[in-house]
Design a protein around this ligand. Structure first.
Ligand SMILES: C[S@@+](CC[C@H](N)C(=O)[O-])C[C@H]1O[C@@H](n2cnc3c(N)ncnc32)[C@H](O)[C@@H]1O
Length: 223
């Protein structure tokens, strides 16, 4: 089973590196832990990348559970499928698709997770509305993502490299909370992870971005 998040290989053919928003890994937290996954549950991972969180989720939900990862980058979907095949994991599948238009029926998942992806999406309400649509009643959303601590300065917002670097597209906590409620979620919680300043600083040493953004644990329920 592949459980290493390190994507700093010097191999230029490794697509993980080309899309990596930092040198330590693609994610910014542990949504599988946040979700408190139970054996037998069905899980959807939005923006699954190389599949790390899907493989961890598979360990939690066991043989009776199912995990689906969705990503719109063909190289990521291929890499994730290759990782699953090499590890012999049969309870996880990977779908090529856009999380703003999920190619799945209504109310089919117990849990939706996502790790450091929603900040990259221009229409966060749309993504969250889709997540709400595919969750069963009583289903849970567990997201680790980057949020803005205050409205971001124009020079950050206008920097395209900082968008793909998971900084410039971050919504404020209030905007994220509003988007979650607009999408129909209840019991919304957004907890800033104070210690994430070290992670943000490691992404871009001495740039001071940790004054503007932080990683947050975001949870909500579909009633
Ligand atoms: C920072 S990486 C995180 C990958 C993975 N969640 C992890 O933690 O390892 C962001 C991923 O989101 C995917 N992504 C971004 N926007 C997306 C969208 N609208 N639909 C599907 N995938 C998207 C990218 O292709 C990329 O694989």
């Amino acid at each position: 089973m592949i459980l290493s998040r390190n994507c700093s290989s010097s191999d230029p053919a490794n697509p993980v590196n080309t899309a990596c928003c930092n040198t330590n890994g693609l994610g910014c937290g542990d949504p599988t832990d946040l979700a408190a996954l139970q054996p037998g549950e069905t899980v959807l991972d939005l923006g699954s990348g190389p599949g790390f969180d899907c493989f961890v989720a598979a360990l939690h939900v066991g043989k009776r559970g199912r995990v689906v990862g969705i990503d719109f980058t063909p190289e990521m979907a291929q890499l994730a499928r290759r990782n699953a095949a090499e590890a012999g994991v049969v309870t996880v599948s990977f779908v090529l698709g856009d999380i703003e238009r999920l190619p799945t029926l209504d109310e089919v998942f117990d849990v939706v997770i996502s790790n450091c992806v929603i900040n990259l999406c221009p229409d966060k309400t749309r993504v969250l509305t889709e997540a709400h649509r595919v969750l069963r009643r009583g289903g849970r959303l567990a997201v680790s993502d980057i949020v803005a601590l205050a409205p971001l300065p124009r020079e950050i917002v206008d920097d395209l490299a900082l968008h793909s670097g998971c900084v410039a597209g971050a919504a404020t906590v209030d905007e994220m909370s509003m988007a979650l409620h607009e999408a129909g979620f209840n019991s919304v919680r957004i907890d800033i992870r104070e210690e994430s300043n070290k992670l943000i600083n490691a992404w871009a040493p001495d740039c001071g971005f940790e004054r503007f953004v932080a990683a947050a644990n975001i949870t909500a329920t579909r009633y």
